[in-house]
Design a protein around this ligand. Structure first.
Ligand SMILES: Nc1ncnc2c1ncn2[C@@H]1O[C@H](COP(=O)(O)OP(=O)(O)OP(=O)(O)O)[C@@H](O)[C@H]1O
Ligand SMILES: [Zn+2]
Length: 798
């Protein structure tokens, strides 16, 4: 038999399966979707790969020149007992390869938890020592890769036949959490055990065991603490005690903390949506519901319905809203049928959740982008909350969009797909307009006491005179008013750090990053100038490096400065700051939110992180300190982003009985994105923005592909960009439009110069081939230091 293996070498030449002989001793053990080690290249270095097909020798098509089968290399090791990738995933990878322009191997790897992609020591442990000992020189654990090929095959066979039980096969020690338990094997042996009076600890343990016979096992760690390791070992060596290792899920404690919760009675609008979704199959819905309209409640009930039909569900939420606040709502309804996947988990924890899904124990997977690959069987419903969020697009290879994967998987399973948002992406809303998706709308808040907040735009051009620091007078008055009433305030400033840049008043010098073409941001807490692109930090200069003047001033406010201003203005207020800098530590994000939720603070100040998902009844004022930060970015979606962000953050106010107010400070009060966010009128925004997109031939009227060509030497980057451009012009039809090459808005980062090209097209048969040719360019020796990034439907132009 011959295995077709995709090896872990991301190049065009290796972007196809290679044939390997399956040695006889592995014949009954290998399967499609398993990981293997295979010798690769001239040096026969062992590489990891995935078996994507198994064919008989006669059927095998081995290269064009029919190399003799006997020259084929053999698989060296089989790494799995069960496939880690299933048929659906392999098929999906094939489909993604055509639109994502990343190599197959990076797509396959993206579907698996990290732990299965890393190099590791494979440890194989048996619970039944007697049988294992017969084969493996008395050692309990044995590194898998150090076993010879036959021993390995035999081990797997014994496992398959159920003759030996493998307690675990670990990818690394961190992969599986085990607790050691000690149990009493033989009471008679215990009673007969003769001990001298001097062996006090041993006597104590004997008495302890005799007194506690009822409890059948004990924690090894606790026993060791009481009686010492030596004493326990002694009892084990006498076959009186037995040590076992039990695998435990790291998430277990978490589930036990959450109190179960029941469904709410749906209001009429929610009911209409619920019925439409549950009575359909194989359909995509856009659930367009204003903030606080109870979309999450619909998700919960739709999932419950799928489970009642014996099906499973995937619930995607943006990474940032994957807080316990959100996940607890799911655990409260579905208990430990829920598996949670997000980047805050350790590799080991992620692996636990993945195995729970593979084993069929999880019925609902709640997670961020990559959870869309969860290997659930029999999916009945997929939900993407806040579907417009850019975090659903991966911004490194493979650059896939979770929404596209969701559409594919829903079709594969005959499942329904729900895309939910208060501010849908234009692409999605336009598809609903055309009837590709069914549009469901929720027009008012779910909680019958709650109203949408009243929004006021503050023209900062007029307020310049009465402005103290970052705040207009009205904003300050409102904050005082709310503080006096013991209500809570959320303030958003979408810029972290202290100042956006520093400048010498005498010569105009602005320090910028030597690696990136961007000015450094002042951070007061660390007393440094930081680059927000490459992370470089340097001390704050007190004299201008250019002219030695001491007239250095700070310009533009970040969250740190506004926090300092607030502390000055409201010395009694309790303030929490939430931005990338305060949430670096694991769990910090949750701690800040739960402190705010339980009323330990009066003001929550943060970047856009605070705009989503928060459902705190005591928040009656939302203040946006500068609405314009995203508006002037050179990105055709800047209005859309601004509208979405303002609408989302405004939606945090007045979610329960108390009336909500929103104040938005802006220098562009007449801009339609800000005007319409002010009236929370998504539909009007959609119409106006569509008009703009149509005129300029942007999505959703046209499709886009961005290419970024990067090199350390700017001249090379330019030259190669023109080569790429020429290649595209030659291969694409006339109706595709090419823009560029132009430098990226931030033209240099990490010491590389970036040039970009944009393809706009409606229908372009030559696209796939042309882009693959471009992808292939980097293979040429002369292009070694060149980087070409292909981004199909780019979401970010900075
Ligand atoms: N049918 C209902 N009856 C009473 N309260 C409800 C109902 N549905 C939802 N709620 C409550 O209304 C509030 C808002 O609901 P939910 O968080 O589900 O809205 P959402 O549309 O997901 O919000 P957002 O998009 O703004 O985050 C919650 O406190 C929720 O418990
Ligand atoms: Zn930098």
């Amino acid at each position: 038999m011959i295995a077709k293996v995709v090896v872990d070498v991301p190049t065009m030449q290796t972007d196809k399966p290679f044939s390997y002989l399956i040695p006889n001793e592995f014949a009954s053990l290998v399967g499609i979707g398993m990981r293997v080690h295979v010798p690769f290249g001239k040096s026969n270095r062992l590489m990891q790969g995935f078996i994507v097909d198994i064919v008989s020798i006669t059927d095998a098509h081995i290269g064009q020149d029919e190399i003799a089968v006997k020259t084929l290399k053999s698989i060296s090791e089989v790494l799995d007992f069960e496939p880690v990738l299933n048929d659906e995933q392999l098929e999906l990878a094939g489909a993604m390869r055509q639109t994502v322009f990343a190599y197959k191997i990076s797509i396959l790897k993206a579907m698996l938890p990290n732990l299965l992609n890393s190099s590791y020591d494979k440890v194989l442990t048996t619970t039944d020592l007697t049988i294992a000992n017969r084969y493996f020189d008395g050692k309990k654990g044995k590194r898998f890769s150090s076993l010879d090929k036959q021993a390995q095959a035999l081990m797997m066979k014994l496992h398959r036949d159920g003759k030996i039980k493998l307690s675990y096969i670990a990818e690394s020690k961190a992969a599986i959490k085990v607790v050691k338990r000690v149990s009493l094997v033989d009471i008679d042996l215990l009673n007969d055990l003769e001990l001298t009076a001097r062996a006090t600890k041993r006597l104590e343990l004997k008495q302890f065991l005799q007194a506690h016979l009822a409890g059948d096992d004990w924690s090894y760690t606790e026993l060791v603490a009481m009686f010492s390791r030596e004493v326990i070992k002694f009892f084990i060596s006498k076959n009186i005690l037995k040590l076992t290792e039990i695998e435990v899920s790291r998430a277990k404690d978490y589930f036990e903390k959450v109190t179960p919760d029941d469904h709410k009675v749906l209001n009429p609008e929610q009911m209409v949506a619920y019925q439409a979704i549950t009575q359909s199959q194989d359909k995509t819905f856009l659930l367009e519901g204003v903030t606080g309209s109870g979309k999450t409640e619909i998700y919960l009930q739709v999932i419950a319905h799928a489970i009642s039909q014996g099906k499973t569900a995937i619930m995607l939420v943006p990474e940032i809203s994957l807080t316990p606040l959100m996940t607890n709502r799911f655990i409260a309804r579905f208990g430990d049928h829920v598996a949670i996947m997000h980047s805050g988990l350790s590799d080991g924890e992620k692996y636990d959740e993945w195995r729970k899904i593979v084993a069929g124990q999880a019925k609902v997977v709640v997670g961020a982008r990559s959870a869309i690959f969860a290997p659930l069987k029999n999916i009945g419903i997929i939900i993407i909350d806040e579907e417009h969020e850019t975090s659903y697009k991966q911004d490194s290879n493979p650059r896939y969009h979770a929404r596209d994967v969701a559409i594919w998987r829903a079709k594969y399973h005959g499942a329904s797909l729900v895309l939910g948002s208060a501010t849908p992406s234009l692409e999605t809303r336009a598809r609903a307009q055309k009837g590709v998706y069914q549009l469901l709308r929720l027009t008012h808040r779910a909680n019958s006491d709650a109203q949408l907040p009243v929004i006021k735009l503050l023209d900062m051009r007029q307020h310049l005179t009465d402005q103290s620091g970052s705040f207009s007078k009205l904003m300050l008055d409102k904050i005082s008013e709310k503080l006096a009433k013991h209500e809570q305030v959320v303030l958003m400033l979408n810029r972290r750090g202290y100042s956006s840049f520093i400048m010498c008043r005498d010569c105009g010098f602005v320090p910028d990053c030597p690696n990136c073409d961007i000015s450094l941001t002042l951070h007061m807490d660390t007393k440094t100038l930081n680059c927000h692109y490459c992370g470089r930090t340097q001390p704050i200069p007190y004299r201008c490096p250019n002219c030695e003047s001491s007239q250095i001033r700070y310009y533009g406010s970040g969250t740190q400065k506004v926090e300092a201003e607030l502390l000055d203005l409201f010395p009694d207020a309790r303030i929490l700051r939430m931005d990338v800098d305060t949430t670096k530590k694991k769990g910090a994000h949750e701690r800040i939110l739960s402190a705010f939720g339980s009323g330990e603070a009066d003001i929550l100040l943060g970047t856009q992180m605070i705009a989503k998902g928060l459902d705190f009844p005591n928040v009656t004022l939302v203040g946006v300190i500068n609405a314009d930060t995203a508006l002037n970015l050179p990105d055709f979606r800047s209005s859309e982003r601004t509208f979405q962000l303002l609408t989302q953050v405004a939606g945090r106010a007045g979610r329960a009985q108390k009336k909500g107010e929103v104040l938005i400070q802006t220098f562009n009060p007449d801009h339609y994105a800000i005007q319409l966010a002010g009236t929370q009128n998504y539909e009007a925004f959609y119409k106006q923005e569509m008009e703009f997109r149509r005129k300029l031939n942007y999505p959703p009227y046209f499709f886009t592909v961005q290419l970024v060509i990067s090199h350390q030497d700017e001249a090379v980057a330019v030259k190669k960009s023109y080569e790429v451009m020429a290649l595209l012009q030659e291969q694409l039809s006339d109706q595709a439009r090419l823009l560029g090459p132009i430098p990226k808005p931030i033209s240099r980062t990490h010491n590389l110069y970036h040039y970009q090209l944009l393809i706009k097209y409606r229908f372009e048969p030559g696209l796939e081939k042309a882009l693959n040719t471009v992808l292939d360019m980097t293979q040429a020796r002369e292009n070694k230091a060149l980087r070409i990034m292909i981004d199909n439907e780019p979401q970010n132009f900075m």
